[in-house]
Design a protein around this ligand. Structure first.
Ligand SMILES: NC(=O)c1ccc[n+]([C@@H]2O[C@H](COP(=O)([O-])OP(=O)(O)OC[C@H]3O[C@@H](n4cnc5c(N)ncnc54)[C@H](OP(=O)(O)O)[C@@H]3O)[C@@H](O)[C@H]2O)c1
Length: 252
């Protein structure tokens, strides 16, 4: 391993957007720690297909308190540096306010906020410790268009992603003096398992036509943005929330 080679940790990399990000960063020449939770077979397949040598996979449930420390220290311990954290892992679970009992409502809020907001911030905390010592680093949080438009069937999801946008801006301010840049990318619909019910159901055309492009995004389009932000010359974008939704929220 060349000690100049940059290292990225990507959470939720066994499929969907995270997989596309891991592949793209490896293609760009970075060493990748590809995190997964349950999809071990897919994670091993990804490891075989990542361009270049020396990448690793790492298992963890990020909603558990110790997971962040283990993942960050495991990655730093293996490579001796950590240049980029991509907080991509997330859940979307429906919990309609008019359709749930109080106990289930509590569970939905706790699980969603823990996975989509607290976990990325725990990872950011542990990563920032290492990045401050290095004097540089980048953190990219994958949020959602739902942060701005509301999620009537999954309010905790919308709130978690709005919280993650806000936390990204807070950390961008707090960490800039240490040479650490923080960005958020807020996708609209993207063609992954998370969106598959809607994209194969009766409302699929309606979903596609939310964008004047008449389609949803592809995971590689989000990976392109991560690749750009991870590259040189993007420091002045720190604190940005980048919309990636095919102009869909200009539609209604
Ligand atoms: N698809 C969309 O339309 C869309 C739109 C806006 C934003 N997003 C955001 O984009 C990100 C990626 O989503 P995706 O569309 O690629 O969905 P996906 O294919 O369902 O991927 C989600 C990933 O998160 C991981 N994950 C979930 N809970 C976890 C936990 N407790 N611990 C560790 N990992 C966990 C999953 O790991 P395992 O599979 O290994 O269990 C999975 O790899 C998410 O943050 C999502 O909110 C997606």
């Amino acid at each position: 391993m060349n000690s100049e080679t940059k290292v990225a940790l990507v959470t939720g990399a066994a499929g969907g957007i995270g997989k596309a990000i891991a592949l793209r960063l490896a293609q760009d020449g970075m060493l990748v720690a590809a995190h997964y939770r349950s999809k071990e077979t897919e994670a091993n397949e990804l490891l075989e297909n990542l361009p270049g040598q020396g990448h690793i996979i790492a298992q963890a449930d990020v909603s558990e308190p110790d997971a962040a420390r283990t993942l960050i220290e495991g990655t730093h311990g293996r490579f001796g540096r950590l240049d980029l954290l991509v907080n991509n892992a997330g859940i979307f679970e429906q919990h309609k306010i008019d359709d749930l009992d109080y106990d289930d409502w509590q569970v939905a809020w706790q699980r969603t906020l823990q996975t989509n907001l607290a976990a990325p911030m725990n990872l950011a905390f542990c990563a920032a410790r290492r990045m401050i010592a290095q004097g540089h680093g980048k953190i990219i949080n994958i949020t959602s268009r739902g942060a701005f438009r509301g999620e009537p069937k999954a309010p905790a999801y919308g709130a978690s992603k709005a919280g993650l946008n806000s936390a990204s801006q807070s950390l961008a301010k707090a960490l800039a003096p240490h040479g650490i840049m923080v960005y958020a990318i807020a996708p609209g619909w993207v063609n992954t398992i998370m969106a598959s019910d809607r994209l194969s159901g009766p409302l699929a055309d309606e979903v596609r036509n939310e964008s004047p492009l008449g389609r949803v995004g592809e995971p590689e389009e989000i990976a392109n943005i991560v690749s750009f932000l991870a590259g040189a010359g993007t420091d002045y974008l720190t604190g940005s929330i980048i919309d990636a939704n095919g102009a869909s929220y200009l539609r209604n």
